[in-house]
Design a protein around this ligand. Structure first.
Ligand code: ADE
Length: 225
């Protein structure tokens, strides 16, 4: 079973939206598992402190290396081969290619940062891979980890229905997806492109490819570069 372990200060945020829909059904069917562990269980002292002021001064608080390492070590199986991600706006951008790799493996361990960040030494010492879901700042890694898990879980065998491979989706061929239409044939004075009603599958495939290329050029020229 593909298994996800999340280290967070807010375990109540899980499974959250992943408990419904496609991922929720798959969770209930045992296709994947989710364990959310509270970093604070490894906190220090009467107040279970997990963070402290940054060395060198400055704003915010930093999650302590010793606390996070002990939470991580307690979460790991002896021969745990799962990649260890740290959600962070500083990370490498998450891509569909990385999502494919992750979903093809045994699962993931995801550390959700909060505050200003986590002590750099635990990133090095425990081999954490920093991953960002985009160039904007969230208040913590929890929502980013839900995004990452959703992207992975939908690719697990038996999760998606007929559209299973997802190979026609945006990014799978390096292009954005072409536009879709369905009934009614006329809606508020707008029709469906004639070619889609022609029954000529070769022409339809060509039209879709052109549309994909046009949309990618207009919206995401970086994908073509
Ligand atoms: N934590 C805060 N912002 C984030 C982002 N953009 N991606 C991943 N984790 C984050």
């Amino acid at each position: 079973m593909w298994s996800a372990t999340i280290l967070t200060l807010y375990p109540e945020m899980f499974p959250g939206p992943l408990g419904t829909s496609l991922s929720g059904d798959a969770l209930a069917r045992g296709i994947w598992s989710l364990e959310a562990r509270n970093i604070r269980d490894h906190g220090l002292g009467r107040h279970r402190a997990v963070d402290d002021t940054p060395a060198g001064g400055g704003p915010g608080m930093v999650i302590r290396a010793d606390v996070l390492a002990s939470a991580l070590d307690a979460a790991l199986a002896p021969d745990d081969a799962r990649p260890r991600l740290l959600m962070s706006p500083r990370g490498r951008p998450l891509t569909q290619a990385r999502v494919r790799q992750l979903s093809a493996g045994p699962g993931v361990i995801i550390v959700c940062g909060r505050f200003e960040g986590v002590d750099e030494r635990v990133i090095e010492g425990r081999g954490l891979e920093e991953v960002s879901i985009g160039d904007y700042v969230l208040s913590g890694g929890e929502i980013a980890s839900l995004v990452t898990l959703d992207a992975c879980v939908r690719l697990l065998p038996g999760v998606m229905g007929k559209e299973a491979s997802g190979s026609e989706e945006s990014f799978e061929n390096g292009l954005l997806e072409y536009p879709h239409y369905t009934r009614p044939r006329d809606w508020e004075g707008r029709g469906i492109p004639d070619i889609l009603l022609s029954g000529d599958h070769a022409k339809i495939a060509l039209w879709r490819k052109e549309q994909s290329q046009r949309l990618t050029r207009e919206r995401r020229p970086d994908l073509l570069a």
